[in-house]
Ligand binder design. Structure first.
Ligand SMILES: Cc1cc2nc3c(=O)[nH]c(=O)nc-3n(C[C@H](O)[C@H](O)[C@H](O)COP(=O)(O)OP(=O)(O)OC[C@H]3O[C@@H](n4cnc5c(N)ncnc54)[C@H](O)[C@@H]3O)c2cc1C
Length: 409
């Protein structure tokens, strides 16, 4: 395992820092904003920052130069994300478009699609969303029920998507639908690029526990999509969707929020029965356990980065990072609020301890254990692909979708 940068990586890090120093202030310590509602002003700020990065060659580090990218390495991508994390940059609405959707368009797009979509996304002009999950298809995404039926040169789409992040700000969506229910569930899917202003699309924001509405339900009623908006072949939607999901792994970004340093700082500041909390043996035991987990995550991440730096692909053991860090975040947030006693109920960032970092984290930590693969699904991946344990039972394997015994569809 390498702990340091290679000379080339160090040079890139210096270049990234120089760019960031010139354009953004450093973040204030112990402050996070991730749970608040995205406003149109936040989206405008995110677009402006995306454009600035694109103009300086830091937006599409992994993208080919033909589309305005840098044609850089995975390590450069990681290094820039590590450095950017230290600055007060706006919350991005471009992870899905630039990190996931456009690499998929580049893999499957027609010449017209390639000429039309990637560049405006990279330069912050157009926002994309991911129309995958449905009320009855999340972990089992291939069980989705939104239908598209061919009608002349068009396809007519009916159904519902859910949990679509930033749908209400999006210009385009990446949509996977069922076009043939008479074959096995993975085989009957087709993928489309959707203009979110198409008649028949209704977006209903979902109110979250934090009060924000950063994702929505999206309803499709007789939505007509021209066949030229199809991405990939008819019936190959699963392959396209998997490409998009594989790119999700590289949309680097750690869950912002309280970690060991913050809970340690709080334990030093708070008093229990007249003594510093950090001197209490029960508190020390918890702190020690989080210190160990934090160190484990750090070295697991360095191991993956070493593999990338040497040109190898990271393996399924990457699932461990999200599994451990999401539950650690939730535990630390809960404990931080307990430690603060009655003051733990104060959520106003201007008066709460550490700008309400723990209170905010308590509200968004559960979502980290669901989005991008639930805890249980990640455990299945680790069990099957890392530990080599027997595979999960798959009762519908090989059955045509319309023969799977579930409720009416
Ligand atoms: C903040 C956030 C943003 C999101 N943004 C998007 C987005 O932009 N676009 C989009 O398409 N989706 C999005 N999602 C949806 C997300 O992908 C799904 O929530 C996720 O895949 C889980 O699916 P589900 O909610 O349907 O839960 P289900 O799959 O129904 O799971 C319910 C429970 O059953 C468990 N379970 C399921 N299968 C198994 C199994 N085989 N073995 C053991 N346990 C199992 C799960 O772990 C979970 O506890 C977002 C979700 C969140 C929280």
């Amino acid at each position: 395992m390498d702990f340091g940068d290679t000379p080339a990586e160090a040079a890139f890090r210096a270049e990234a820092r120089a760019f960031l120093d010139a354009h953004m202030p450093l973040k204030e310590a112990h402050r996070a904003h991730v749970s608040r509602a995205m406003t149109p002003e936040d989206v405008a700020a995110s677009k402006a920052w995306q454009r600035k990065k694109a103009e300086h060659g830091f937006a599409g580090i992994l993208w080919p130069t033909a589309y305005g990218g840098r044609d850089g390495t995975q390590m450069q991508h990681i290094i820039f994300a590590q450095e950017e994390e230290r600055y007060a940059v706006p919350t991005t609405v471009f992870n899905q478009g630039v990190g996931m959707a456009m690499p998929t368009v580049m893999a499957f797009g027609t010449p017209e699609q390639l000429a039309r979509y990637p560049r405006p996304a990279l330069f912050g002009d157009e926002v994309w969303c991911q129309l995958f999950s449905e009320p009855a298809a999340g972990s089992d995404l291939a069980g989705l029920r939104t239908r598209a039926v061919r009608d002349g040169d068009d396809w007519v789409v009916n159904g519902q998507k859910i949990w679509t992040s930033y749908a209400h700000f999006a210009d385009f969506g990446m949509l996977v639908v069922r076009t043939d229910p008479s074959v096995a569930k993975h085989a009957g899917l087709t993928f489309f690029i959707v203009d979110m202003k198409t008649p028949g699309i209704e977006i209903r924001p979902i109110r979250q526990i934090s009060g924000a509405s950063n994702f929505s339900e999206v309803f499709f009623t007789d939505v007509r999509l021209p066949d030229r908006q199809r991405l990939g072949a008819v019936g190959e939607g699963w392959k396209v969707a998997l490409t998009m999901l594989a790119n999700e792994r590289f949309t680097v970004g750690r869950a912002e929020g309280p970690d060991f340093d913050e809970i340690f700082a709080l334990a030093k500041a708070v008093r229990i029965d007249g003594r510093r909390a950090v001197d209490d043996s029960a508190v020390r035991e918890r702190l020690a356990a989080w210190y160990v987990r934090t160190a484990g995550l750090k070295y697991a991440r360095l191991r993956s980065q070493t593999a990338l730096s040497r040109g190898k692909a990271p393996g399924p053991e990457n699932s461990i990072g999200k599994l451990v860090s999401a539950s650690k975040l939730q535990d630390i947030a809960t404990f931080g609020i307990d430690l603060a006693g009655t003051a733990g109920a104060i959520t106003d960032p201007e008066i709460a301890a550490m700008h309400g970092l723990f209170q905010q984290a308590l509200l968004y930590a559960p979502s980290k254990r669901i989005a991008g693969g639930t805890d249980e699904v990640l455990r299945n991946i680790i069990a099957e692909r890392v530990l080599g344990l027997p595979a999960d039972a798959r009762a519908d394997k090989g059955l045509a979708f319309n023969q799977i015994p579930t409720g009416a569809r």
